[in-house]
Ligand binder design. Sequence first.
Ligand SMILES: Nc1ncnc2c1ncn2[C@@H]1O[C@H](COP(=O)(O)OP(=O)(O)O)[C@@H](O)[C@H]1O
Ligand SMILES: [Mg+2]
Length: 266
Amino acid sequence: MSDVLELVDVSVVRDGRALVDDVSWSVKEGERWVILGPNGAGKTTLLNIASSYVFPSTGTARVLGERLGGVGTDVFELRPRIGIAGVAMADKLPKRQTVLQTVLTAAYGMTATWHENYEAVDEERARAFLDRLGMTEFLDRKFGTLSEGERKRTLIARAMMTDPELLLLDEPAAGLDLGGREDLVRRLGRLARDPYAPSMIMVTHHVEEIAPGFTHVLMIRQGKVLAAGPMETELSSRNLSLCFGLPLVVEHTGDRYTAHGLPLSP
Ligand SMILES: Nc1ncnc2c1ncn2[C@@H]1O[C@H](COP(=O)(O)OP(=O)(O)O)[C@@H](O)[C@H]1O
Ligand SMILES: [Mg+2]
């Protein structure tokens, strides 16, 4: 299998500080990765490399076979091959476009506005992705009036529109209530288990948000990778405790994970 993402000794330095510190990591085709780590650990910076918006200060990064900063690599050809759903994207989208328009415009460039001559086939695709994410009853709602959960589901449908080879999700469940989170986890689980779905990387702070079907985990703290590999072996109490800097117990029940701290000793 070919590498979807390959980082070798990558650091990203800003103001003399390494936000990502000497990271080597590879994602193979079809794998579904979770990036776990505390606030400020460098998770979004890693996703920004994967989406080709941030280049390494040192080391080499290849995304879908193209070396970032390499001769012959055109990021404007690379970016349409990558789907991104994150908070930063939500802020750039016109609030007055409908949900259907918001998803449909993805097929015609980043935040393009609505015009009437979209292809029927694109509209069918947009409707199908929205349906998969449970958004059929919101097709005509203005994007700006959606709840947090509805907005996140719209963004994921939008990210799928260009038929990406790599799908990046930055904290897709952040800010959702329990029902909203469970609904999203179920839908992401379906996507993760779909053999035709793209390779996926999802950032989260919470093991409860890991959907069934995610295969690998990378844990990062202060820009450094603490663990990276198959979920079953790497998502251990020991690794999670090191990652978040306090004693934690992780439990695996059915196809889901939970974590909690240890009670203080008397
Ligand atoms: N462009 C930048 N210049 C300087 N510092 C930055 C920049 N972007 C992010 N940071 C800092 O780098 C650290 C890692 O950020 P980020 O990757 O967003 O963390 P995470 O997503 O894990 O919360 C944070 O301390 C953040 O404040
Ligand atoms: Mg972040």
